[in-house]
Design a protein. Structure first.
Length: 256
């Protein structure tokens, strides 16, 4: 019997090849990660194993937080301890990860132009927030939204590895928290704190230098994601901005 498969199409051969390079890098360095088996590579398409599972729900947050901490910790130990957030990282095999801030500065400027940061002062504050988060050990960011994971009977499967960038520890966890909030509604502050504890616990299992992300850093990353995802409200299951008044509990206050 032929295994069930899923074909993903790309807008260009280069985009397709970039996804392959990202896939191979993750399988080599992000060792706790599980990706669907790559079955075939076409000119502008990839054929993956079909995985039966469901997307992430709020009840999965603690499990996902522990998983992300494990993946980020392993990747830092395997390779990203050589990287810096303020410089491009070139691991080879045709890969180059841009520095953390450059592309996000451009994205924040675009949000300002589109009216999501209405004033120049708002843009300056967002840029300062970005600079504040650009510290600590280097992890990677792959857009940890609820649709980019599948919960199966026995594991967590990561899907959509088309884009990878450098990011500080906690940044992808913040994206997961913000997008869960935008999709399902407020998350209790206690749950968010527990998720951060889980993330730190598994990250520190790889090296004592890891697992030090504090709530102030996580909250700053969440605020950035709220701004950066604002254009997508009303699409992809995102029903609200995480900064809407009814979601103040999910933002956990500002501790540090």
């Amino acid at each position: 019997m032929t295994p069930a498969s899923y074909t993903k199409h790309y807008t260009s051969a280069e985009r397709c090849q970039q996804a392959v390079r990202n896939y191979l890098w993750l399988t080599r360095h992000a060792t706790p990660i599980r990706l669907p088996a790559l079955q075939a590579i076409g000119f502008n398409s990839l054929v993956f194993e079909f995985v039966e599972g469901r997307h992430v729900e709020p009840s999965d947050l603690l499990r996902l937080a522990a998983h992300l901490g494990d993946v980020h910790g392993a990747t830092w130990l395997n390779t990203l301890h050589r990287a810096r957030l303020d410089a491009a990282h070139v691991p080879g095999q045709g890969l180059e990860f841009a520095d953390y801030c450059s592309s996000r500065r451009r994205a924040l400027a675009a949000r300002h132009a589109a009216g999501f940061l209405p004033t120049a002062a708002d843009l300056d504050a967002a840029q300062a927030l970005l600079a504040r988060t650009a510290s600590g050990p280097v992890a990677f960011y792959k857009d940890a939204n609820p649709r980019n994971f599948l919960i199966t009977a026995d594991s967590i499967v990561t899907i959509d590895v088309d884009d990878l960038t450098l990011a500080p520890f906690g940044y992808d966890l913040a994206k997961l928290i913000v997008t869960l909030t935008m999709t399902y509604g407020p998350l209790p502050a206690r749950t968010v704190r527990e998720a951060l504890d889980q993330y730190n616990r598994t990250a520190s299992g790889h090296h004592e230098a890891l697992g030090r992300t504090d709530m102030g850093h996580l909250t700053a990353c969440m605020r950035l994601h709220d701004i950066l995802t604002a254009p997508y409200v009303g699409r992809g299951g995102y029903q609200h901005r995480a900064s809407d008044p009814q979601f103040t509990d999910a933002r956990c206050g500002d501790s540090g």
